[in-house]
Design a protein around this ligand. Structure first.
Ligand SMILES: Nc1nc2c(ncn2[C@@H]2O[C@H](COP(=O)(O)OP(=O)(O)OP(=O)(O)O)[C@@H](O)[C@H]2O)c(=O)[nH]1
Length: 641
């Protein structure tokens, strides 16, 4: 069975809401073509309450009359027969159905929300005239009238449905209604409004304003624009009827919707003020509950304060308890102070006398110590001094509790090492404040310590980085061997040692033979590979005391401190053979390579390490000239070895 047929049956049962009395007569009259304005005015005047409401409506701001209208005939002329018909219908339904049999249905709440929707729709239609503001009023007022219909036909089962959906959104309620009644309040609203003769475009606009999906209301068609206004009106109404806390939550959503209507904060504020003023006035007139609505500015300030409160509460929840030691020989005070300190959130250890207290400071890494001795002031001073003698004790914040004492005595307590002194009796707030003061100092000290740690770490990193940079400056990047700069420094250093101890000092200048051919035949990359490989050959064949450096190109230098020429010759020969026998990966193990070495050893007449180096270089030249792949010793009759 179609819903239209069912609706007719339901209507026949007579339970559905319907206009009555004068409203019915007006609706009947407006359907007849021959009805004159005077006829209509006469019927309206027969109902003084209705006439008063119509006058008020006609004179309301959004209708926009320049001079106040006082005669009903003028009202009819001003609003037009169609608008009068709709207004009377809406007001009549509201008056007849302000109460009902459905216990779960909040009739006053329903009308309060509907009235706010009506006035919001009227105001919005005043801003953007898609329909006349007086028509928008009725559309808003009756946009959920189907709920009233369901409550009227199914008073008991609708109560159950409403209870089961009390916290759900409208979509869930529509679905639940459909499950239960094979219709829902949206369908019922449209059927009722159609029956009461509302124009199709209004019905479509109302239907489309129910929970639209994303983008559904963005179009520029008349129906979509009506729906958009009604949708926004519904949100304004929900904001008006909401509790204060919920209003704050709804604020962002409201501003977002306002933005899509190109209303900035100030315009929204003005609009809301206008709507809520009208809502309260009309509510009084129609016996519908309303409430004062806070200004958006106030609401935002409250929200800001609330957030600040929450932030400080969450900051408070970041509170880290102090490790406190209470040293006291008074059992009662021990209990009392421990209770107080623990209620502040701190963790408390207790010692009954000084020595036990000192060992607990170490054991528990205490940050704050409270010392109390009932009888002896001298014992307090002794404790202060002993504590400050310990390394850990120097970092502790110490509060000494004593009986009333003179200024001089108190000074002595501070001189002995106390950070603070409280004379008994005192109350919880005093202890709380003094511990708070101590805590601030402890945190500052800890922060300073952390910063010092960080600086220490930073300096250590810097030292490592500098060392690395230094190494880089002294290292040949291709072979990883010490570079020319290092070689010259090392020669200078070894020469200084030689001058001191007069032990013979040799050096070898080493040069790859025919290296140009390697590059030419195998390419520069392979040549680089050979240089890397030869560095490894040198590393594994040289003695640990020999320092082999790359001077540049295919030239190397071996610095051999404390080495006489014969021994140096052995070293050189070992290197030469190792190179000769090496299978060169970079040359696919096919090519053979050799080196020539010039060897020189320190001589008495030499003035500088340069002289030694030059002699070795000359010996190298000799080795090259003599056919390469050989070691040549620089010869001198005065050679000392
Ligand atoms: N692949 C490579 N080649 C280099 C590098 N430094 C110098 N060379 C090359 O080494 C070759 C040295 O050639 P020469 O000075 O003529 O000497 P040689 O061919 O070794 O002949 P002799 O020293 O007379 O036996 C040149 O071809 C340079 O381009 C380097 O870092 N990588």
């Amino acid at each position: 069975m179609s819903f239209a047929t069912r609706f007719d049956e339901l209507k026949a049962m007579g339970d559905l809401p319907s206009p009555s009395g004068v409203a019915l007569e007006i609706m009947r009259l407006t359907q007849r073509e021959e009805t004159s304005i005077q006829d209509l005015a006469r019927v309206i005047q027969a109902d003084p309450a209705l006439a008063g409401r119509l006058l008020k409506f006609a004179n309301s701001a959004s209708v926009g009359v320049r001079r106040p209208v006082v005669a009903i005939e003028d009202v009819v002329k001003l609003l037009g027969i169609a608008a009068i018909r709709q207004f009377v219908l809406g007001i009549s339904v509201l008056s007849n159905y302000s109460h009902g049999r459905c216990e779960g249905f909040d009739y006053p709440g329903f009308w309060s929300h509907s009235l706010a929707t009506a006035l919001a729709a009227q105001a919005l239609a005043g801003l953007e005239r898609v329909i006349a503001p007086e028509e928008a009023f009725t559309c808003g007022l009756l946009a959920r009238v189907g709920q009233l219909g369901l409550a009227a036909i199914y008073p008991d089962s609708y109560t159950a449905v409403l209870l089961s959906c009390s916290h759900a959104d409208e979509q869930a309620l529509l679905a639940r209604e459909h499950e239960k009644f094979v219709t829902n309040h949206r369908e019922m609203t449209i059927a009722l409004l159609e029956d009461w003769g509302l124009p199709a475009v209004h019905l479509e606009g109302i239907a489309a304003s129910y929970q639209p999906g994303p983008g559904e209301l963005e179009g520029a068609s008349r129906v979509q624009r009506i729906a958009r206004q009604l949708y926004f009106s519904g949100h304004i109404a929900r904001f008006c009827v909401a509790q204060a806390a919920e209003q704050s939550e709804r604020l962002a959503n409201l501003e977002e919707l306002a933005f899509s209507f190109e209303l900035d904060e100030a315009s929204l504020e003005r609009l809301l003020k206008k709507i809520t003023q009208a809502w309260i006035e009309w509510g009084r007139l129609l016996a519908v509950p309303t409430q004062e609505v806070p200004s958006l500015v106030n609401l935002k300030e409250e929200l800001q304060e609330k957030m600040e409160r929450q932030t400080s509460a969450s900051e408070a929840s970041n509170f880290t308890p102090l490790r406190i030691l209470l040293v006291s020989d008074d059992e009662l005070n021990c209990k009392r102070f421990t209770g107080w300190l623990e209620s502040m959130g701190h963790s408390v250890n207790v010692a009954r006398e000084g020595r036990e207290g000192l060992s607990l400071v170490l054991e528990n890494q205490c940050q704050l110590v409270i010392y109390e001795h009932r009888l002896s002031g001298a014992s307090s001073m002794k404790f202060c001094r002993s504590l400050r003698e310990m390394k850990r004790g120097q970092q502790v914040y110490l509060i000494v509790l004593t009986g009333p004492m003179s200024g001089d005595e108190a000074i002595r307590i501070f001189e002995a090492g106390a950070d603070d002194h409280i004379a008994k009796p005192f109350n919880y707030e005093v202890l709380q404040a003094r511990v708070g003061g101590g805590e601030r100092l402890i945190r500052l000290r800890e922060e300073a310590e952390q910063e010092r740690e960080a600086t220490r770490g930073y300096l250590a990193d810097l030292a490592v980085a500098n060392r690395r940079l230094g190494q880089m400056a002294m290292t040949d990047s291709l072979t990883g061997l010490p570079n020319r700069r290092y070689a010259m420094e090392r020669m200078e250093q070894a020469w200084a040692e030689y001058e001191r101890n007069q032990n013979p000092f040799s050096c070898l200048v080493i040069d790859l033979d025919y290296f140009k051919q390697v590059n030419d035949q195998y390419g520069h990359e392979a040549g680089d590979g050979v240089l890397r490989e030869i560095a490894n050959v040198f590393r594994s064949s040289a003695r640990s005391s020999d320092i082999i450096c790359r001077l540049g190109g295919e030239e190397f230098l071996a610095v051999c401190p404390d080495t006489a020429s014969a021994e140096a010759f052995h070293v050189a020969e070992r290197l030469r053979r190792a190179v000769e026998e090496h299978r060169w990966t970079s040359l696919n193990s096919t090519g053979a390579l050799s080196i020539s070495i010039g060897l020189a050893t320190s001589l008495e007449e030499m003035q500088h390490w340069n002289d030694l180096y030059r002699l070795a270089d000359q010996a190298l030249y000799q080795a090259k000239r003599s056919g390469r792949n050989r070691v040549c010793m620089a010869s001198s009759p005065d050679r000392k070895n």
